[in-house]
Design a protein around this ligand. Structure first.
Ligand SMILES: Cc1cc2nc3c(=O)[nH]c(=O)nc-3n(C[C@H](O)[C@H](O)[C@H](O)COP(=O)(O)OP(=O)(O)OC[C@H]3O[C@@H](n4cnc5c(N)ncnc54)[C@H](O)[C@@H]3O)c2cc1C
Ligand SMILES: *[C@@H]1O[C@H](CO)[C@@H](O)[C@H](O)[C@H]1NC(C)=O
Ligand SMILES: *[C@@H]1O[C@H](CO)[C@@H](O)[C@H](O)[C@H]1NC(C)=O
Ligand SMILES: *[C@@H]1O[C@H](CO)[C@@H](O)[C@H](O)[C@H]1NC(C)=O
Ligand SMILES: *[C@@H]1O[C@H](CO)[C@@H](O)[C@H](O)[C@H]1NC(C)=O
Length: 469
């Protein structure tokens, strides 16, 4: 069973569906036509030129928008079986926010889950069924009247499916864990077309779906635990270059000393006109935070604050989801603690790569260290991500964007993300954190990373198994 688990972990690295030479556009078109004939009236096939097709292939980062031959909007789990009949290359899109080309995009058949859009709250079991075509803003809006919530994304426009299947970090993660720690059942269409419900009883599949994206089939519905949700307090603080040092003291203080699981922050360092600016998102899971908790941020000189008691949904709309450039890639090295030396290195990396990449149409270059509690992984167990749960880890979300669409420029930004992540890992190591050994967070991972980056860790089980593969 352990061998199966490791194989599963390796499998999700192959989540790229480049068309094989055996499948030219004309043979894919034949597949599109036969899908159209076989599906029920709840599903549809669309072709270039139609607005549904445009929506189905579009992605947050245009780098991931490909020219599929057709798009399919399945309307029932049963119709997904039809797709399994051909070997045509395909990709499955939830909210389309992955930045890695080919993960949810294809030049073959684009499957768009948009018609799986129900949110059903069951008060008696305190669970919520969530369609895999939804984005988080839809889910929070549907749950707000019931004063309950689920552990989901922080930005309203991000997709439910990819965020959960890659792990899922929320404002409420310090209280309840990752999104995958809160899924009680997945409705899954297996590659053989069988529709099944996966729960903790199906040990290996349940494990694999927690971090393994689309490698085990197509998820049509998630059933998640529901939690009571009151109004929250929070918003953004915008910091100018002169006050970065004071802000970094506040962030390091928060990371070292704040243990209240209802508190969360997210700090985005942004390259802007040759300088580094900072936006700190502050969140507290109650209408008012305890006095003093966020003083380190409220006292930053010259900062612009936009903080209030508000709905959880309004928090999800408080951060911009504008990519800032047509092309964006992520990387996500991990650390245990966000310290002052690490923050200084992040400021330096933002400035260094902003300057270095400006000639290559850099636009929207951000480095966002996450600041979760060391207990982040204590709320669940047995998952593809993280492969082991002994030490708490917070990823640094690096987002480099640019305008020029030439492949050479893409390669330059890819290399910059690899180099910059290595530099931050080395600074963290010098600062007493051996993070170079940690598994990358799958939802921020950059394509082309060595397989070892996803199964690394101190898990004895995996190490023994690697030796025996
Ligand atoms: C603006 C922004 C904000 C973000 N905020 C957060 C955050 O707060 N917390 C966090 O953890 N992450 C965050 N992320 C990262 C995010 O979790 C990933 O980009 C995630 O994969 C997006 O999910 P999606 O459905 O939109 O993506 P998609 O690109 O549609 O899918 C991503 C992956 O999931 C697979 N997939 C999609 N649907 C299905 C399905 N039904 N069945 C099987 N596989 C499927 C795809 O094939 C692909 O491999 C953010 C990203 C962006 C761009
Ligand atoms: C977006 O991607 C498409 C398809 O790859 C391409 O044709 C188009 O020029 C891109 N748009 C921008 C603004 O880069
Ligand atoms: C954490 O709190 C202790 C005790 O108040 C203080 O000495 C220390 O400087 C704080 N850590 C950080 C990183 O601010
Ligand atoms: C800033 O970052 C660059 C690129 O990683 C590195 O070469 C340089 O040493 C860093 N400077 C400082 C002062 O840390
Ligand atoms: C890149 O494109 C954005 C619009 O998508 C524009 O605002 C920005 O000025 C452009 N930047 C560069 C460097 O060309």
């Amino acid at each position: 069973m352990v061998a199966q688990k490791l194989t599963a972990a390796l499998l999700f690295l192959a989540a790229s569906f480049a068309p094989s030479p055996a499948h030219g556009a004309s043979s894919i078109l034949t597949v599109c036509h036969s899908i159209a004939k076989e599906i029920s009236s709840s599903s549809s096939v669309y072709y270039p030129g139609s607005s549904n097709y445009g929506f189905d292939v579009s992605h947050w980062s245009n780098l991931s928008s490909h020219s599929a031959v057709c798009s399919v909007e399945p309307g029932s789990a049963a119709d997904l079986r039809v797709l399994g009949k051909s070997r045509a290359p395909f990709a499955i899109k939830g909210g389309g926010h992955t930045t890695n080309p080919g993960f949810s995009s294809t030049n073959g058949v684009q499957i768009s889950m948009t018609r799986f859009s129900n949110v059903v709250y069951d008060a008696s079991s305190q669970t919520v069924e969530i369609g895999s075509g939804l984005v988080w803003g839809d889910v929070y809006a549907a749950l707000e009247p019931h004063s309950v919530n689920v552990v989901g994304g922080r930005v309203a426009t991000v997709g439910v499916a990819g965020l959960i299947l890659g792990g899922g970090m929320s404002y409420n993660t310090n209280q309840y864990g990752l999104s995958i720690d809160n899924v009680v059942a997945y409705e899954l269409v297996l590659p053989n077309g069988k529709v099944t419900t996966v729960t903790s009883k199906d040990e290996d599949l349940f494990w694999g779906l927690k971090g393994g994206f689309d490698n085990f089939g197509v998820v049509t519905k998630f059933t998640m635990k529901a939690y009571p949700q009151t109004e929250v307090w929070g918003g953004t603080i915008f910091v100018l270059p002169d006050s970065l040092d004071a802000a970094n003291d506040g962030i390091a203080q928060f990371s070292a000393n704040v243990t209240d699981p209802k508190a969360a922050i997210e700090s985005a360092f942004t390259y802007y006109a040759g300088q580094v600016v900072l936006t700190i998102i502050i969140f507290y899971d109650a209408p008012m935070p305890p006095p003093g908790l966020f003083d380190g941020f409220l006292s930053i000189p010259g900062a612009t604050q936009s903080l209030s008691t508000r709905s959880f949904l309004s928090m999800a709309h408080a951060t911009s989801s504008d990519p800032g450039a047509p092309n964006v890639l992520f990387n996500g090295p991990q650390v245990k603690r966000v310290t002052k030396p690490l923050l200084q290195a992040i400021v330096n990396e933002t400035k260094f790569w902003g300057d270095a990449l400006t000639p290559y149409s850099a636009s929207g270059l951000n480095i966002v260290p996450e600041t979760f509690l060391p207990s982040i992984f204590s709320h669940g167990q047995h998952s593809a991500y993280p492969p082991e749960r002994l030490a708490g880890l917070s990823p640094i979300n690096m987002m480099f964007g640019w305008n020029d669409s030439s492949p050479a420029v893409q390669e330059r930004f890819h290399d910059a993300l690899v180099q910059s992540a290595a530099q931050l890992a080395s600074v963290a190591a010098q600062d007493g954190q051996d993070s170079t050994d940690a598994a990358v967070y799958t939802n921020y991972a950059l394509y082309g990373a060595p397989v070892g980056n996803y199964v690394r860790g101190k898990c004895k089980e995996v190490e023994e198994d690697q030796a025996s593969v």
